[in-house]
Design a binder for this molecule. Structure first.
Ligand SMILES: Cc1cc2nc3c(=O)[nH]c(=O)nc-3n(C[C@H](O)[C@H](O)[C@H](O)COP(=O)(O)OP(=O)(O)OC[C@H]3O[C@@H](n4cnc5c(N)ncnc54)[C@H](O)[C@@H]3O)c2cc1C
Ligand code: FES
Length: 351
């Protein structure tokens, strides 16, 4: 089970005018272990309200400090606070690293990976690229990285350094919305015609074993569909979604629909608790209402922090932007989106 840990901020550096890279180390002096592509969920009080937000780790596996890149979102609570007020020496509380945006690495493997990052979607990919090329010395990585303009490219220098280090194994294609009109191929939006052009002239899709995509939902769907159009099996495409438009949960709407009582069993940290819920209440909300410290962040079906396994009974998952088909088939649900459909439901957070 994920627990909140204290992390001390050891460095803060701008990577663009509206994004910072924050370096963190466990306050107790231990080393934080994680897998490339995972994220941290921070908890912080802002203007008297608890805010929880997830940020992907951009540093490679094996380093001393972990780093996250936080891009300012217009009017956004946490991202503006982190860019303007967070200081070296501050302590941030975070759940231990989570997420499944990765594939197993092995020094014996020789694979061809392709990644697609839109804007701040570069953060998990940077960790994946750094860790993969270091671990698998015969594998290659091609990155397609889309940004508004050259000024908004996060980790531009780090990518240049990586290209120099792995000259024959890393290929980076920058697509800029503005500022590169003289080279039509690399300018504009990463839409279907652009991808078709790329896949015809630059990247031969059947050569790739795995694709990683991170960005806004609409762009991710277009990229995944076009990859499949060019021959990639959907099982070889991994996704990480940072948010959907207006992804923050809205206050519950009271309806007249008849609700039924539900007997809920929640296993967390090896302890089993029986509580009562209702068919109109998510499993997560029922657990939180009973004082159980169940993990969550977005409460909108995006981040998967609240993942648990249904071991008895049935639930309906209303939104799922985070779990893959095989996880759902194995009984995993997003508890913030899971509404009981049977009179009794048992879930486990520890699996
Ligand atoms: C698994 C995961 C990993 C993530 N990794 C990163 C990362 O590495 N770097 C990073 O900068 N962000 C990352 N995010 C997004 C991040 O968690 C926050 O959603 C984002 O920083 C906005 O939070 P906020 O508190 O500033 O804005 P809020 O106060 O939550 O929202 C303000 C407004 O912005 C809109 N909004 C919320 N999120 C986004 C978004 N992602 N893009 C555009 N508009 C948005 C909301 O709809 C709202 O209108 C990640 C999200 C997830 C789920
Ligand atoms: S809390 Fe983010 S998916 Fe449930």
């Amino acid at each position: 089970m994920a627990k909140f840990i204290d992390l001390t901020v050891t460095a803060i550096e701008p990577t663009t005018a509206d994004a910072v890279v924050v370096s963190l180390m466990p306050t107790d002096g231990s080393v934080l272990s994680f897998v490339q592509g995972q994220y941290l969920t921070f908890k912080h009080m802002i203007d008297g309200a608890e805010v929880r937000r997830s940020y992907s780790i951009c540093s490679p596996v094996g380093g001393q400090a972990v780093q996250v890149g936080i891009k300012r979102v217009d009017g956004g609570a946490f991202s503006n606070w982190a860019n303007a007020e967070l200081k070296i020496g501050d302590t941030l509380q975070a759940l231990s690293p989570m997420g499944h945006f990765h594939t197993p690495l092995s020094p014996e493997q020789s694979r061809a990976y392709v990644g697609f990052a839109i804007g701040s979607g570069i953060t998990p990919l940077l960790s994946i690229i750094r860790t993969t090329l270091e671990t698998e010395t015969r594998s290659t990585f091609s990155l397609v990285y889309a940004n508004r303009s050259i000024q908004t490219i996060m980790f531009k220098e780090e990518l240049e350094d990586l290209k120099n280090k792995y000259m024959n194994r890393l290929n980076v294609v920058h697509i800029l919305k503005t500022g590169q009109e003289d080279i039509e191929f690399f300018s504009g939006r990463l839409d279907r015609p652009k991808l078709q052009d790329l896949f015809t002239k630059w990247l031969h899709v059947p050569n790739f074993d795995t694709a990683f995509i991170c960005g806004p939902q609409e762009a991710m769907t277009t990229i995944a569909n076009t990859l499949q159009e060019f021959g990639m099996d959907q099982n070889n495409i991994k996704y990480e979604l940072f948010g959907t438009p207006n992804a923050r949960p809205k206050p519950a709407v009271q309806t007249q629909a008849k609700t039924t009582d539900v007997a809920l069993k929640v296993v967390i940290d090896g302890v089993s608790r029986d509580l009562s819920g209702g068919s109109d209440m998510s499993v997560l909300d029922a657990a939180l209402a009973a004082g159980i410290e169940a993990p969550y962040a977005c409460k909108a079906g995006v981040c998967s922090t609240c993942r648990c396994k249904v071991t008895d009974g049935h639930v309906e998952m209303r939104v799922n932007h985070a779990l893959e088909d095989y996880e759902v088939a194995a009984g995993y649900v997003l508890s913030c989106q899971a509404y009981p459909k049977t009179a009794s439901v048992s879930v486990e957070y520890d699996e």
